[in-house]
Structures are given as structure tokens and as C-alpha cells.
Design a protein around this ligand. Sequence first.
Ligand SMILES: C[S@@+](CC[C@H](N)C(=O)[O-])C[C@H]1O[C@@H](n2cnc3c(N)ncnc32)[C@H](O)[C@@H]1O
Length: 171
Amino acid sequence: MGQITAEIVRKILFNIEYKPKICLETGTRNGSSAKVWAGFFDEVHTIEVRKSAYLKAKKSNSLKNIHFYLGDSSQVLSKLIKRFNHQPVLFYLDAHRKRNQGQYNGFPIWKELDAIKTRDFRDIVVVDDVHAFGRVSGKGWEGLTVETISDYLGDKVKDLKVIDDNCVVWI
Ligand SMILES: C[S@@+](CC[C@H](N)C(=O)[O-])C[C@H]1O[C@@H](n2cnc3c(N)ncnc32)[C@H](O)[C@@H]1O
């Protein structure tokens, strides 16, 4: 559950008037989803907080359009998006996990959305793992629902759909 596939990406990009050239992912892990996005976008930028995962994903990658970053997405994303302040971006937010790991913020989604909210482009925000929204208590998930995401983004939301296990927001 939760694994992005080419079929899901096609559904997300189906019938849109414009298509971003940049995909920005949070939560690289082994780079599997970054490779899927790389088939559809000119550039994929992916952020991972665990150094071992970052190094492994980077080493095993041969695609030239994937760029890897080490760090906490709640901080790195806000800096990285300054590079893309002239064009829309598809954000794939997949850094939230069931357990906080102590040394870093394991539930960065609200800060990620704070940074995205500052932009004024026709971005697409894809939040993975709808199946876990609202269900895992005490770890941040209980406050994460399709409605709280929509409320958080407020007037920016043009359309919102759940596509497979992804909450997709067009802003
Ligand atoms: C669900 S996995 C990502 C899976 C990957 N997107 C895929 O589908 O192939 C979540 C990843 O996010 C990372 N992560 C957790 N908190 C993070 C944070 N604050 N910043 C960046 N990465 C984070 C975890 O270390 C883990 O590798």
C-alpha cells in the first residue's frame, strides 16, 4: 500500500491544463518512487533525513534527472522551493511515518504545507498513505485527514481528489 506507480501518476496528470516540469518529493527511502516520477518530469528533487537511506538511494540511482538531498524536509523543502519560484511544482509528500525516530521530525507534513502555502503557482500536492490518515493515534496521524489538509490549504484549493492511496490537491 502507498507505493506510487506509473498508472497512478498517469491518473494524477490526466486531463490537466498544465503540467509542472518539476517534481519535489519528501521521503526518498530507497528511491523507488523518485524513479517512477522521473519518467514523467524533467527534474525530480527528493529529500531524505536518514543518511544511510540517502547514500544508498543516491548510489543505486543511474537516472540523471533525480537530485538527492540529505536533511529534514520540514527545513530543506522551504529552502529548496526558492529555486522554483518561477514555475509550478508537483509536491509528493511521503516523509511522514508511523514513529518519530527521536533525532528528527518524523511528521513534517504541516511544515511542508506551510512552505507550499507561501507559493503562488498552480502546484499539485500529493500526500501519500490516505489509508493511514486519522488512524494511528498519538503519532501525528490522528490529526491528518483529507479535510484537515483541505482546511490547512484553505482558499488555495481548486480541486481535491483521492486517487488510490493519495490525497491529490490542485492549487
Ligand atoms: C514511506 S518512506 C518513503 C518511501 C518512498 N517515497 C517510496 O515510495 O519509495 C518515508 C521516508 O521518509 C523519511 N523521513 C521521515 N521523516 C523525514 C523528514 N522529516 N525529512 C525527510 N525524510 C524523512 C524516512 O526516513 C523514510 O525513508
